[in-house]
Design a protein around this ligand. Sequence first.
Ligand code: SF4
Length: 466
Amino acid sequence: MTTTFSQFRQSASIAIEDIRMQGALEGATSIFVNARLRALIELPDSGPLRDHLKAVRSATLAQLAGHLETFESQATAAGAQVHWARDAAEAGRIIIDIARRHGVTLATKSKSMATEEIHLNRALAAAGVEPVETDLGEWIIQLADEPPSHIIAPAIHKTRQQVAELFSQQSGQTLSADDIPLLTAAARRILRQKFLAAGMGISGANIGVAETGSIVLVTNEGNGRLVTSAPPVHVAVMGIEKIAPTWNDAAAWLALLARSATGQPLSIYTSIVTGPARPGDADGPEEVHVILLDNGRSQLVGTTYEEALQCIRCGACLNVCPVYREAGGHAYGSPYSGPIGAVVTPLLFGLEEYEALPHASSLCGACLEACPVRIDLPRMLLELRADEVEEKILPWPERKLEEAAAFVLGHERLMRFVTGVLRVLQLPLAGNGGLRLPRRLNPAGERQLPALAKKSFREMWEDGEI
Ligand code: SF4
């Protein structure tokens, strides 16, 4: 996939014109923002806790290989099978091999951005395995045949009415958008059959705890527990950066994850999986497989972009981002949207392919302020823009224009001459209080550039006016 400047502009324009979607986005992100603020106010020492989590994440990444090896040996000792996947294709092959060995034709899935990243549903379907999303938001977008538009709320852009239409089609009943219990009962009825019939459950992993080889799953619906315990085989796909060396480290992570995501002290379910069911256990899978997914992550370790791997995928930066709130998640053309998506997508999947994303930001700093790990997203967005210039990825006219501007700004007499000429050239565009930009540069019709002043500060100083 790609997200060029024109693709981003076009998708964002469609989203901005979509009144229903704007309402859904605005409503949901505002609720998340307010809930997060309340939750942090109520948490004593949330500031120091954020600093502590940042220190933990940073120290973990500095010793990532060692912690992953500890995780592997502890998980293996607990009876799980650990697989290393260099990229999406390898992860898909491993999972399909496991499915084939067990004759699986139906797999239930719990919400997982890592499996979105590797396009696992497509690979499973091609291999004859029906994947069924069981997180309500993920199921909604699977029925709508759309990608997720938010890290924690994949169907954030959908209204109740749209959900009712999808569920009505699926259930064969006419379901009212005003009857939420009826809608959820329909979902439960349909999905319960899938849980009972699935030969494999596939989840992500919010955290992998190295000292016990456990994975932690954070969900608000009971589906995660059914996916990981009802089918005989459980496969968890975990990005290699999601490691916490100890349970103490995981506790700091958990203290901030749900608070930053939805404003909850903890999510409704925090599930811990340590190997398969033991003799005498009432339930649980006979086999647990953990796929440690690299897919470009290890090449960021030790670089100026390593900080992006500290992300705990809470989604707080999306909710506060003025670009995300208008453009919506689909405009990014990646499973990861918003400010963190604008950073990790080009890093993991190619800067040239996703050239527009580092520019999908006003650099207002709201993401940095909201991030529980204080990840400096604006810094990395700027560095990615600089990389585009360095690697000559920006369109030729834009590069030449910027080079010309740099030259003029570096030569004072030339600068005076050019600003004099521009003062004259701007006259046809001058309106009340600013320049009326042509429609092409100003599609929303709201922007005004300030006109060049009659005299520069230097000229006023020289003329004794200040
Ligand atoms: S960058 Fe920070 S705010 Fe954004 S999803 Fe990651 S942890 Fe959350």
